[in-house]
Ligand binder design. Structure first.
Ligand code: BES
Ligand code: ZN
Length: 650
C-alpha cells in the first residue's frame, strides 16, 4: 500500500470513530469533504510522521475538532472578543481528553453539550506556540468554552477611528496565518485539521461584521448590545483561514459572483481597480477546474493591514496599497484567487510544507496573468520574481547552500512566520515552471487539474505531493525522472542546474536604458519610462546603480513625479534607490509613505535600507519609526523592531 492510501485510511478510520462517518472515497471525483447532504462534511487528518505539525499541541489521533461554532461580541473598549466557542469532536474509542491550542485566552469555564462542567487545564506557555488547553471529556462529543481574547491578541488589530479612512468609527480585522488564530479562537490550530465553522458576531450599532464564510445576515439582526451578524462555512477549512473584519463597511457588486467591501469612501476606487476579478475566476477555472467556494469577494482594509493580501476563503483581505488607479497591481488578486485551489482546497499539512501553498499559488497566479493580460506581461513578472529570488538567496546567510533555500524547511524551535521569505514563492514557482516546460504545458495542466480534484478539501505534505507527482505524471519514466531532479529541488538548498531562467525581451531594452542613463549618456526625457508599465519601471529603478549623482536622481524625480507616484510598487523601488543614494530631497516622501501604510513588504525593507545608511539614515529611521510604530500591525513591528534594535538586516 502506498503511504497516501495508508495515511488516508488512518484518517478515515478516525473519522469513522465519530458520528459523522467519512469514508475513503477519494478515488471518486468527490472527496469525503465534497459530499452533499444534511450531515456536516468531515475531512480526513493525515497521521503519518511527515504530517506531524510541530506548531500545534493537538493530538488528532486521539481527539479532533470537526466543527467550530463561535458566539462572540466585539468589545472595542477593552479590545476583546468575548463569548463562547462550541466545538464538535471526533474521538478515538479510548480518548479521555482533547488538546486545543490557545494563546492568551482567558477561559471562564468549559462544559459539555448538556451544560455539565468539564475539567480542564492550561499548560505552560511557549512564546511562539502559546499553551495547550487540555479538556477532560468524560465521553463528551461536544464542548462549549466560555472565554475572551486578550487585548494584545496577535491575530487581532483594533484600530482607532483615526487609523481608518472615514476617521469616525473604529475598525477591527483578524489575520490568522500562520499560528495566530489561537489568540482568539480556542481550537486545534493546525492546517492539517480542517474544520467546518459558523459564527455569530455582535458588534456596536452602526458597524458591520464580515467573515470568510457565507454571509447569512447581510443587514445584521437586532441584538443585545448592538447588531448580530451570522456566518456559515460548510466546507472544512484549515483554521488559520477563519477571518473577521468589523467596521464601517460598504459593499459594491462587481459581477455575478464577485464583489468588494471597504470603507465607503474607498468603494468606488476599489471596485474600479478590481473590475477584472470575474474574468480571473473564469480563467482560473479553465486551467484547474471549478471554483468551489461559490462567491469570491474581497475586502480592502485600512492601510495598517500588514500583507498585500490574505486568501481568506470567499473573502480575500487586501491592502489598500494595491489600488494604483490603473489595475497594474492586480497580480495580487490573481495570487489570492489562486489560493482558492492551492492553499484553501489543497492545504499545506504543516508549515514546513508552506511552499505547497505559496509556490503552487505563485505559479498559478502567473498563469492567470498570462490568460488575462498576455504572455509578455506574465514573463516580465516571472523575470522580476527571478531577480528577487537571486537577490534573496544572495542576501541569505550561507547563500546557495543555506538550508533556508530548501523548499521543504525545518522549522524546529521557530515560529513559522520567522523564516518567511520569498523562497517558497519564487523557487516553488520556478520548480513548477521547469516541470511544465519539461513535460509540456498540456500534460502538466492536466496533471495539476487532476491533483486538485483528487485532493480537494484535504491536507497535503511535501512527501505525499512527490508521491502523487511520480504516480500520476512521471509514471516510471526513468529518463524524465532524471531530467526533473525533483528531490534536489525540494530537499536541497540552492537552485538546481535545470532551472529555466525567464527571458523577457522587453527587459533587455530597459536594462540598456538603465545603463545608458546611469552613465549620463541618455537624457531623462528619452528613456521611454513614461510609456512603460509597472514591471518595466520597477526593473529600471532596481537596475540603476546605488551611486548616482544627485542631479540625475532629481531629473528622474522631476520628469516622472516619482516621489508622488500613485503606484506603490514603483514608489517603493524609487524610495529604495533614493535611500541607497542618501538622496535628501526624497526623505519627505519616505516619511509620507512610511506613515501612510503598514504593509510589511514595503515598511521593513525601507527601515532596513535607512539603518544601513549609518549616520545619514539611522536618525531618519528612528525619527519616522517613533511616529509610525503605533500605527503598524504587530506583524510589521515584530520585523521592524529587530531591525531598529539590531542595526542590521532583520
Ligand atoms: N498567504 C499569504 C500571506 C501570508 C503568508 C500571511 C504567510 C502570513 C504568513 C498571501 O497569499 C501572500 O502571499 N501575500 C503576498 C502577496 C503575493 C502577491 C506575494 C503579500 O502579502 O505580499
Ligand atoms: Zn500567497
Amino acid at each position: 500500500m502506498t503511504s497516501i492510501a495508508r495515511s488516508i485510511l488512518i484518517g478515515a478510520a478516525l473519522a469513522l470513530a465519530g458520528c459523522n462517518a467519512a469514508t475513503d472515497d477519494r478515488n471518486d471525483s468527490a472527496s469525503p469533504a465534497d459530499r452533499k447532504g444534511g450531515e456536516r462534511m468531515v475531512a480526513p487528518v493525515l497521521l503519518t510522521e511527515d504530517a506531524k505539525d510541530i506548531h500545534s499541541y493537538a493530538q488528532p489521533a486521539a481527539a479532533r475538532v470537526t466543527h467550530v461554532a463561535l458566539d462572540l461580541a466585539a468589545n472595542f473598549r477593552d479590545k476583546r472578543m468575548e463569548g463562547s466557542a462550541t466545538l464538535d469532536l471526533q474521538t478515538a474509542p479510548d480518548a479521555k481528553e482533547i488538546v486545543l491550542d490557545s494563546k492568551g485566552l482567558e477561559i471562564g469555564g468549559i462544559t459539555d453539550g448538556q451544560g455539565r462542567a468539564l475539567k480542564y487545564a492550561v499548560g505552560p506557555a511557549d512564546p511562539n506556540l502559546g499553551a495547550p488547553l487540555t479538556i477532560q471529556l468524560g465521553g463528551a462529543k461536544q464542548i462549549k468554552i466560555n472565554y475572551r481574547s486578550a487585548p494584545e491578541a496577535g491575530a487581532l488589530q483594533w484600530l482607532t477611528p483615526e487609523q481608518t479612512a472615514g476617521k469616525k468609527h473604529p475598525f477591527l480585522f483578524s489575520q490568522g496565518q500562520s499560528i495566530l488564530n489561537r489568540t482568539w479562537i480556542p481550537t486545534q490550530d493546525s492546517p492539517g485539521i480542517r474544520q467546518t465553522w459558523e459564527a455569530r458576531i455582535v458588534v456596536p450599532e452602526g458597524l458591520r461584521a464580515v467573515m470568510s464564510a457565507e454571509d447569512l445576515t447581510p443587514k445584521g439582526e437586532k441584538a443585545e448590545g448592538g447588531r448580530a451578524y451570522r456566518f456559515r462555512m460548510d466546507k472544512p477549512v484549515a483554521p488559520y483561514l477563519i477571518a473577521l473584519a468589523v467596521g464601517d463597511i460598504g459593499f459594491k457588486s462587481l459581477g455575478p459572483r464577485t464583489g468588494v467591501y471597504s470603507e465607503p469612501s474607498m468603494l468606488d476606487a476599489a471596485a474600479s481597480e478590481l473590475a477584472d476579478t470575474e474574468k480571473m475566476i473564469d480563467a482560473a477555472e479553465k486551467l484547474y477546474g471549478p471554483y468551489r467556494w461559490d462567491r469570491y469577494d474581497m475586502i480592502v482594509l485600512p492601510p495598517s493591514f500588514p500583507f498585500g493580501g490574505m486568501e481568506n476563503p470567499r473573502l480575500t483581505f487586501l491592502t489598500p496599497t494595491m489600488i494604483a488607479g490603473d489595475r497594474s497591481l492586480v497580480s495580487l488578486i490573481a495570487h489570492e484567487l489562486a489560493h482558492s485551489w492551492s492553499g484553501n482546497l489543497v492545504t499545506n499539512a504543516t508549515w514546513s510544507d508552506f511552499w505547497l501553498n505559496e509556490g503552487f499559488t505563485s505559479y498559478f497566479e502567473n498563469r492567470i496573468m498570462e490568460a488575462l493580460y498576455g504572455r509578455e506581461r506574465a514573463v516580465m513578472e516571472q523575470a522580476l520574481a527571478w531577480e528577487d529570488l537571486q537577490k534573496e538567496i544572495a542576501e541569505t546567510e550561507g547563500g546557495m547552500s543555506s538550508p533556508a533555500t530548501k523548499l521543504h524547511i525545518d522549522l524546529k524551535g521557530k515560529d513559522p512566520d520567522e523564516g518567511l521569505t520569498g523562497i517558497p514563492y519564487d523557487k516553488g514557482a520556478a520548480f513548477l515552471r521547469m516541470i511544465e516546460q519539461t513535460v509540456g504545458r498540456e500534460r502538466f495542466d492536466a496533471y495539476l487539474r487532476s491533483y486538485f480534484d483528487r485532493h480537494a478539501f484535504q491536507p497535503m505534505t511535501t512527501k505525499l505531493f512527490l508521491e502523487d507527482l511520480r504516480k500520476n505524471l512521471v509514471k516510471g519514466d526513468a529518463e524524465l525522472e532524471k531530467k526533473l531532479m525533483i528531490d534536489q529541488w525540494v530537499y536541497q538548498p540552492g537552485i538546481p542546474a535545470n532551472a529555466i531562467v525567464p527571458q523577457a525581451p522587453e527587459f533587455q531594452r530597459v536594462d540598456q536604458a538603465a545603463k545608458q542613463f546611469a552613465a549620463g549618456a541618455l537624457p531623462v526625457q528619452n528613456l521611454g519610462f513614461g510609456q512603460w508599465g509597472t514591471a518595466e519601471r520597477v526593473r529600471f529603478l532596481n537596475g540603476l546603480p546605488r551611486q548616482l549623482p544627485a542631479e540625475r536622481l532629481a531629473a528622474l524625480d522631476r520628469a516622472y513625479q516619482l516621489s508622488n507616484i500613485r503606484n506603490n510598487e514603483v514608489l517603493f523601488a524609487w524610495l529604495r534607490l533614493a535611500i541607497a543614494n542618501r538622496y535628501d530631497p526624497a526623505v519627505p516622501a519616505v516619511e509620507r509613505f512610511l506613515t501612510s501604510m503598514g504593509r510589511r513588504k514595503f515598511v521593513a525593507p525601507l527601515f532596513e535600507d535607512l539603518v544601513k545608511q549609518g549616520e545619514w539614515g539611522r536618525p531618519i529611521a528612528k525619527r519616522i519609526y517613533a511616529k509610525a510604530r503605533a500605527t503598524y500591525h504587530p506583524v510589521t513591528t515584530g520585523t521592524v523592531d529587530k531591525t531598529m534594535k539590531g542595526g542590521g538586516a532583520s
